[in-house]
Write a protein that binds this ligand. Structure first.
Ligand SMILES: Cc1cc2nc3c(=O)[nH]c(=O)nc-3n(C[C@H](O)[C@H](O)[C@H](O)COP(=O)(O)O)c2cc1C
Length: 190
């Protein structure tokens, strides 16, 4: 299978990064192709709402998003890992998601959804927030759900952790790393 992962935090080795790496440890790379996009270091312009994608479902902006579009089309599993910033996904993740408006047009205006494929596309959402209140992840989850639907991932699991703030604090959580590994195992089940 093609496993595609997005990391939305600017912090390398931060909490969402550690969770993502733990999830990917469960993936046998001799059997599956893993591609990780670290969005913070990519050249992705925010959606310009230019309408350029409405007729063909193709984004007219030539930047790193073009390789992401290709990877999304070929993916069998999609992982989105993001910290919670101001109650939502990070800007890095949101910019990538907004650019998927082109795929939204392709699916809903042109009635050409990305095919589910032989493995039925599945997703995993990994969220980490510093606050303890439950509302902390709700907005981010709603956005991620809209993203997954748009890219024909009809089924996804969510693993979220609140009250985790300092860089690396997730390693002190009693179950987070084993939870992430287990979700990785589940994700690659056919
Ligand atoms: C700009 C910014 C905004 C944040 N906003 C929130 C927030 O609204 N809710 C929350 O729970 N945590 C918030 N946090 C805390 C981060 O979600 C938390 O530190 C998280 O562990 C970071 O994950 P990372 O190490 O993967 O980047 C914010 C952090 C930053 C830098």
């Amino acid at each position: 299978m093609n496993i595609l992962a997005f990391h939305g935090s600017p912090r390398i080795n931060g909490n969402s990064d550690i969770l993502l790496e733990e999830t990917l440890k469960a993936v046998d790379t001799s059997r599956h192709k893993v591609q990780v996009f670290r969005l913070n270091s990519m050249n992705i312009k925010p959606c310009q709402s230019c309408g350029g994608c409405e007729e063909a479902g193709i984004c007219v902006i030539e930047d790193d998003m073009q390789q992401i579009f290709r990877a999304i089309r070929e993916a069998h599993r999609i992982i989105l890992a993001s910290p919670i910033f101001f109650l939502g996904l990070s800007a890095q993740a949101k910019i990538m998601i907004d650019r998927c408006q082109a795929l939204w047009c392709e699916k809903y205006l042109l009635k050409r959804p990305i095919p589910e494929g032989q493995y039925r596309r599945k997703g995993l959402l990994l969220l980490v927030g510093g606050m303890k209140k439950e509302i902390g992840t709700q907005c981010g989850e709603a956005t991620a759900k809209a993203f997954f639907r748009t890219v024909s991932v009809s089924e996804h699991a969510t693993l979220s952790f609140l009250g985790i703030d300092q860089k690396g604090a997730i390693t002190q959580h009693p179950t987070a790393l084993s939870d992430a590994y287990r979700e990785g195992q589940k994700l690659i089940q056919e």
